[in-house]
Ligand binder design. Structure first.
Ligand code: AVJ
Length: 319
């Protein structure tokens, strides 16, 4: 699993992550170079992302947190007693605690995350704070089949996917994920957090903070490639740039090679023209209408919508 190569811990220094090498080589060999954003989340990347969530410009986390607090009991009403709450890409599970505190008689919490190391820390902290709750972490990529532990096999599942992570996915992939979730939850609910379309200036600032944390977060993928994919990037030769793509209603995060250069990845040469970009992540912004269209296509319907007063962000209950 990817998580075994979760570094920043020094645990697997010198080990090559073959899946990362293969995926990076393929995506860097396209005429428009890309890297998959899931590789951003090694231990260092996961903690840089936690730092992003506390930035002034990054309104998403505090807005979603406020919505979850304000509507915690309405949301918890969709989480059946004796059931399991399954979170996709749990990270530090900070927001989850709001739900967990409001749920009555929940039997299990299943945090899933691509960073195994980060996940274990999260699970350990939760186990201490929620002694009556079974914490059953699953390390892995939520875009691949998720194998749930036997201990939760017979429990009614409610899915939780906060943070607008759905927005990082191509709509076709997002639709597939929603379909899989439908099967996994059976007749249960899906609680989804999604960032809403708004003024471009606010959006761009959220992904290009003045402290440069986002730039460091995105550049860290090169550091990871150097460590785990036998690459020799000089991260100082690629600068971070954020753009708004009006057509697809998405923020685009790129690393631009400021010089013409050859970089080696897994022993293979990759040529960069001067000013050639690597697209590392997109963050799509939804209107409620566009979101409805997407979820309906995957067999869900929007049962409840909760937003903040300024309608910056939405937490929806799908059934
Ligand atoms: C993972 C969806 C919460 O797109 O807003 C933040 C990732 N990347 N800044 C987002 C991210 C750069 C983030 N989410």
């Amino acid at each position: 699993m990817d998580g075994e190569f979760d570094t920043g811990t020094g645990l697997n220094a010198g080990l090559t992550n073959l899946e990362l090498v293969a995926d990076a080589l393929e995506s860097l060999s396209q005429s428009l170079k890309t890297l998959h954003p899931k590789w951003l989340y090694d231990a260092r990347g996961s903690s840089l992302f936690e730092e992003i969530t506390e930035l002034e410009e990054y309104y998403l986390t505090r807005t979603e947190t406020e919505i979850l607090r304000r509507h915690s009991s309405d949301l918890a009403a969709h989480v059946p007693e004796g059931g399991a709450l399954v979170e996709l890409g749990a990270g530090a599970s900070v927001k989850t605690r709001i739900l967990l505190d409001a749920c009555e008689g929940l039997a299990a919490y299943v945090p899933t995350d691509i960073s195994a190391r980060f996940l274990q820390e999260t699970a350990d902290a939760l186990a201490l704070d929620y002694p009556g709750l079974l914490i059953a972490p699953v390390a892995g990529d939520f875009l691949k089949p998720i194998l749930l532990p036997d201990s939760v096999a017979t429990l009614q599942k409610t899915l939780f996917f906060p943070g607008s992570t759905l927005g990082n996915l191509d709509p076709a992939v997002a639709k597939d994920l929603l379909k899989t979730a439908r099967t996994l939850s059976y007749a249960g609910a899906f609680i989804l957090g999604i960032d809403l379309l708004k003024e471009v200036e606010t959006l761009k600032a959220a992904y290009d903070d003045t402290k440069g944390v986002t730039a460091e977060f995105i550049s860290n993928i090169l550091v990871r490639l150097n460590r785990e994919a036998e690459a020799d990037f000089d991260p100082t030769t690629l600068r971070y740039e954020v753009q708004w793509n009006e057509t697809d209603a998405q923020i685009e995060m790129r690393l631009i090679s400021i010089i013409a250069q050859e970089v080696s990845v897994g022993g293979h040469p990759i040529w960069f023209e001067k000013n050639e970009p690597i697209l590392v992540s997109v963050s799509r912004k939804y209107t409620l209408d566009r979101l409805r269209e997407l979820v309906i296509g995957a067999g869900w319907s929007i049962h409840r919508i909760f937003t903040d007063d300024a309608e910056q962000f939405a937490v929806v209950v799908l059934r």
